[in-house]
Design a protein around this ligand. Structure first.
Ligand SMILES: Nc1ncnc2c1ncn2[C@@H]1O[C@H](COP(=O)(O)OP(=O)(O)OP(=O)(O)O)[C@@H](O)[C@H]1O
Ligand SMILES: [Mg+2]
Length: 163
């Protein structure tokens, strides 16, 4: 899907957040400034957590937000070796009551949980991004189905009238 503005990316994050049920892992990929943190801000808002507190956890690596579910927000940009991830305690959040959103997920290498929703964000131009979603397991597939079912565009298409 395409996002034509920061607000649209945040809105998509909110829709995703509203569809979360706990136990989901969201792996975010995309270069600097792709909009990963903005999407997580939307997630927090969709979980009724304090979205205005969402910032880049670049130095602490993991931030935690309390909402309808617990949201753990990690940024692995500064993770030097994939082995260091085991010390982070990231997988402690892989329980049914939490949601884990990971920026720079590629830094986790093979340690990433097998069932995850992968979100790849690429620059189209300064205000537009392309978002590609792919589910790698049943939990993520169910999430994707719920998100698509509550797409704001879904019911908006006018019935084609015969002329
Ligand atoms: N369509 C768009 N979607 C998201 N962000 C956009 C869009 N258009 C412009 N932007 C801008 O791009 C920037 C995205 O910043 P953000 O911190 O979310 O990126 P990031 O992917 O988390 O980067 P980093 O890898 O440094 O953590 C913001 O300044 C935002 O205003
Ligand atoms: Mg970021």
């Amino acid at each position: 899907m395409a996002s034509r503005s920061p607000a649209e990316t945040e809105r998509f994050g909110r829709r995703l957040g509203a569809a979360l049920r706990g136990g989901e892992v969201l792996a975010l990929y995309g270069e600097l400034g792709a909009g990963k943190t903005l999407l997580v801000r939307g997630l927090a808002s969709g979980l009724q957590a304090a979205a205005d507190q969402v910032s880049s956890p670049t130095f602490v690596l993991i931030n935690e937000y309390a909402g309808r579910l617990r949201l753990a927000h990690a940024d692995l940009y500064r993770l030097d070796e994939p082995t260091a991830i085991e010390q982070l305690g990231l997988w402690d959040y892989a329980d049914g009551r939490s949601v884990l959103a990971i920026e720079w997920a590629e830094k986790a290498g093979a340690a990433l949980p097998p069932d995850r929703l992968e979100i790849r964000m690429t620059h189209r131009n300064p205000r537009a991004r392309q978002l590609a979603l792919s589910a790698t397991g049943p939990i993520a597939q169910r999430l994707l189905r719920r998100v698509r079912n509550r797409s704001p565009h879904r019911n908006r298409r006018p019935a084609r009238s015969r002329r």
